[in-house]
Design a protein around this ligand. Structure first.
Ligand SMILES: [Cu+2]
Length: 198
């Protein structure tokens, strides 16, 4: 009797200790699972096709010797909703062809100009566009008004096909008699690519 009691009393603390460890491990595993779920919902994750991510892209139009979008090349995943912010410092006007003075291919057919939704600008107030012909996207950038340092455009669009899509500014903002030379003809200024991966 005494011997059995001693044996049991030796085993019991071990069982209790194991139980406590298992409960602790369960808690840790629970925390780990929660962390993984939260990381998986971040914009960089594009693995699950059912979940579309919101990707924030930014570019700036610098007003140097030549006007220049920087950067000009972007990569995103198919199905992403893109929120593109363009900050322009360029006060120079380049009259837009009428069809490119209208916003198209964005959510609601609008873009935000300094926070206000617009669907078109007056062609002679134009400065640049970010036009992706293959996706039917046209984002207009008016000239920075006198007395203002910069303007901010925000456009939201969804990309549903993969591939490499060229974009081009459609305002004749370059050099030469037609305005299509210089930065309009040199890659990395008024043109670039949108790479959409699967
Ligand atoms: Cu331009």
């Amino acid at each position: 009797m005494i011997r059995r009691f001693v044996l049991r009393s030796r085993i019991l603390p071990g069982v209790l200790a194991f139980g406590a460890f298992a409960a602790f491990a369960g808690l840790v595993a629970g925390c780990g699972a929660l962390t993984t779920t939260s990381a998986g919902s971040q914009p960089q994750t594009t693995v699950a096709p059912a979940v579309s991510s919101v990707v924030h892209l930014k570019t700036t139009i610098l007003n140097g010797n030549w006007p220049q979008f920087t950067p000009t090349d972007f990569t995103l995943a198919k199905g992403d909703t893109v929120v593109l912010t363009i900050t322009s410092f360029d006060p120079g006007t380049s009259t837009l062809p009428a069809s490119f003075a209208k916003v198209s291919g964005t959510v609601g057919g609008t873009e935000l100009l300094n926070g206000q939704a617009i669907s078109a600008i007056t062609p002679d107030q134009g400065a640049h566009t970010l036009t992706i012909p293959a996706l039917g996207i046209n984002i207009v950038v008016p000239a920075v008004p006198v007395g203002q340092k910069s303007i901010t455009i925000q456009a939201t669009f969804k990309v549903t096909k993969s591939g490499t899509f060229a974009w081009q500014c459609m305002a004749p903002c370059g050099t030469g008699p037609s305005g299509w030379s210089g930065p309009m003809a040199e890659p990395g200024y008024m043109s670039g690519t949108l790479t959409v991966v699967n």
